[in-house]
Design a protein around this ligand. Structure first.
Ligand code: FRU
Length: 497
C-alpha cells in the first residue's frame, strides 16, 4: 500500500514527538493524543483480534488543525498501544480535513472506514463542504477509495442544508447489509439524523430521516450513533448550541434518545431523552458491539465549550473516556466502566460505618489513579451537603458536592489550579435517593469519571492539577455514614494474553 507524503510526514513526526512525552505526563489508562491534538473517537471497532480506536488528530500542535486520523489498539479497552496515524488530508475529496467516521469489517475481510472529507469553503457562505469517503485497510494501513466521495449533498433531499453533512456511523445488520446514520440539518440548521443503507458497504442509498430535532435540543446533532439495546432503539448524539434547561447545560452537549424503531419507515419514535453525561468534559460518543454482546461506548473527554488547551507543561491535548458498558433499565440509559478495568485494581481498602461530619481523611485512601465506591447514608439529624475532595493539597482541590435536599450534584474544579476562565463548575439534578445514595469514582491522573447510583447518571471532568496533589477527603454539614471500597489502579503484574 502506498503511503502518501502527508501521512508519511505525520507518521515520522508522531514517532519522534511521542518519545519526548514522559509516561507520567499522560493518563495511565485513558487514551490521549499521541502528540499534539485529539478530539472525537472514530472507527471504534473490533478487527483482526483487537479493538481499534482511531481519533480526530492534529499531530503538529496541541490545537485543532487540518484533521488526520490517529490510531491505537487494545485487547481489553484499558491498555492502549499507539499505531501509526492512518489518514491525512491529501486527496481532492478531503484536502481540508478527514473528519469523524466509523469502521466495519467487510465480507472479504478488509477493514473499511467511512469518514467525512472536507473539501474547502463554499464561496458565499464561507462554510465547509463536506462529503463521505471510504478507505480500506488491514488494521495498519488504509487506502482511500478511488471512487470517493461516495455520498455528497446531491444524495440528500432538497430541504437539506448544503453544509453540516458529516460523521457517518455505520452498522452491520444481522442480514449482512449495512446501515449508516449521518449528521445533517435543514437550511435553518435544525438537526436531522440521515439514514442510509447499502448492500455491499460501498454503494449507499438515502433511506429517510431517522430522527428530527424540531428545535428541541440545540441545533445540529453531531456524532450520531444508532443501535438496539435491551429491546429499545437508542440514538446517541452531540447537539450543538443547546439552550440551558433544568436538565441540560448550554453549549455543546450530549443527548440520548430512547424509543422504538419503525423499521418500515426507518424512523425512531423517541419516548425518552436525557444528557448522556452531566459533567463538563464529555462529547462525541461512539459505540461498538463486542462478540459477547456488550454495547461499549467511548467519548471525547473534553468539550468544545470548556477547552483549556495549551495546558502548561503538556505536549498533548485531548483524552478519551474510559470505555463504558451500556444498558437500559426502566427505560433509561445506564453506564458502567468496562468490566476489564477490574483486572487493574490493586490494594483494596474498605471501611464500614465511617461517621463523616468534619473534614475526614482515611488511612490508605489517597492517590490519582483510583477506583472508589461509596455508599452514603444520612444519620440522626442527617445532612444537606456531602463533599468529596480529590486531587487535594494545601493549595488545590476539586470537589464533588452532593446536595441531598435539592437532589443535586455539583462538580467544582475552580480551585484545581486552572488558570483558565472556562466553565469550571457544573451542577446537575439527580433522582431522589432518600436515605442512601451510591457513587463510583474513577480517577486517572488528569480526570474524574463519576458514576451515580450504579451508572444511572454519569459526570466527567478533566483536571490538570499537579500530581503531587493526591489527597482525598470527605465532609458533611451534618451527620453522614459512609461505606467505602477503594482500589489503586495500576498495571496487572502479569497481563494475560
Ligand atoms: C465533533 C466534530 C465533528 C467533526 C469533528 C471535526 O466534535 O465537530 O462533527 O467531524 O469534530 O474534528
Amino acid at each position: 500500500m502506498m503511503t502518501g507524503q502527508e501521512l508519511s510526514k505525520a507518521r515520522r513526526y508522531e514517532e519522534i514527538k511521542e518519545r519526548e512525552i514522559s509516561p507520567e505526563k499522560r493518563p495511565l489508562f485513558h487514551l490521549s493524543a499521541r502528540t499534539g491534538w485529539m478530539n472525537d473517537p472514530n472507527g471504534f471497532s473490533f478487527y483482526g483480534g483487537e479493538y481499534h480506536l482511531f481519533y480526530q488528530y492534529y499531530p503538529y500542535k496541541p490545537k485543532w488543525g487540518p484533521m488526520h486520523w490517529g490510531h491505537a489498539v487494545s485487547h481489553d479497552f484499558v491498555t492502549w498501544q499507539y499505531k501509526p496515524a492512518v489518514l491525512a488530508p491529501d486527496t481532492p475529496s478531503d484536502c481540508e480535513g478527514c473528519f469523524s467516521g466509523s469502521a466495519v469489517t467487510l465480507d472479504d475481510g478488509r477493514h473499511m472506514i467511512m469518514y467525512t472529507g472536507v473539501l474547502g469553503e463554499d464561496g458565499d457562505s464561507g462554510k465547509n463542504i463536506q462529503v463521505q469517503c471510504l478507505a480500506f485497510g488491514d488494521g495498519n494501513d488504509y487506502e482511500k477509495y478511488s471512487g470517493n466521495p461516495v455520498l455528497t449533498i446531491a444524495d440528500l433531499p432538497e430541504e437539506m442544508s448544503n453544509y453540516d453533512f458529516r460523521d457517518p456511523k455505520m452498522n452491520r445488520e444481522e442480514d449482512g447489509t449495512y446501515t449508516c446514520v449521518v449528521c445533517g440539518c435543514t437550511k435553518d440548521r435544525d438537526g436531522r439524523t440521515l439514514f442510509f443503507r447499502s448492500d455491499n458497504g460501498i454503494n449507499w442509498k438515502f433511506e429517510g430521516v431517522l430522527a428530527t430535532n424540531g428545535k428541541r435540543f440545540g441545533t445540529v446533532w453531531e456524532c450520531l450513533d444508532f443501535f438496539m439495546l435491551d429491546g429499545k432503539a437508542v440514538l446517541l448524539c452531540s447537539p450543538m448550541e443547546m439552550l440551558k434547561t433544568e436538565k441540560y447545560s448550554s453549549g455543546n452537549g450530549t443527548l440520548c434518545l430512547i424509543g422504538e424503531f419503525d423499521k418500515e419507515n426507518s424512523r425512531l419514535i423517541d419516548e425518552y431523552d436525557a444528557p448522556i453525561d452531566n459533567g463538563i468534559d464529555f462529547y462525541a460518543t461512539q459505540t461498538l458491539l463486542t462478540s459477547d454482546g456488550r454495547r461499549i461506548m467511548i467519548a471525547w473527554m473534553q468539550n468544545w465549550d470548556a477547552l483549556q488547551n495549551e495546558i502548561e507543561g503538556f505536549r498533548w491535548f485531548g483524552q478519551l473516556t474510559l470505555p463504558r458498558e451500556l444498558s437500559i433499565r426502566d427505560g433509561k440509559l445506564y453506564q458502567q466502566p468496562v468490566r476489564e478495568l477490574e483486572k487493574y485494581r490493586k490494594s483494596r481498602i474498605a471501611y464500614k460505618d465511617v461517621h463523616v461530619s468534619e473534614k475526614t481523611e482515611l488511612p490508605g485512601i489517597f492517590g490519582r489513579t483510583m477506583d472508589i465506591s461509596l455508599k452514603i447514608r444520612s444519620e440522626n439529624t442527617g445532612y444537606q451537603t456531602f463533599e468529596i475532595r480529590i486531587a487535594e493539597n494545601e493549595e488545590f482541590h476539586t470537589s464533588i458536592i452532593y446536595n441531598r435536599n435539592k437532589h443535586e450534584i455539583t462538580l467544582d474544579r475552580s480551585l484545581s489550579g486552572t488558570r483558565k476562565a472556562v466553565v469550571n463548575t457544573r451542577t446537575f439534578i439527580t433522582e431522589e435517593y432518600g436515605e442512601e445514595m451510591n457513587l463510583r469514582m474513577i480517577l486517572d491522573r488528569y480526570s474524574l469519571e463519576l458514576f451515580v447510583n450504579n451508572g444511572e447518571q454519569t459526570a466527567t471532568i478533566t483536571l490538570y492539577t499537579d500530581l503531587s496533589a493526591d489527597r482525598i477527603s470527605f465532609q458533611a454539614d451534618g451527620y453522614a455514614v459512609m461505606e467505602i471500597e477503594s482500589y489503586i489502579l495500576g498495571m496487572p503484574e502479569e497481563t494475560e494474553e
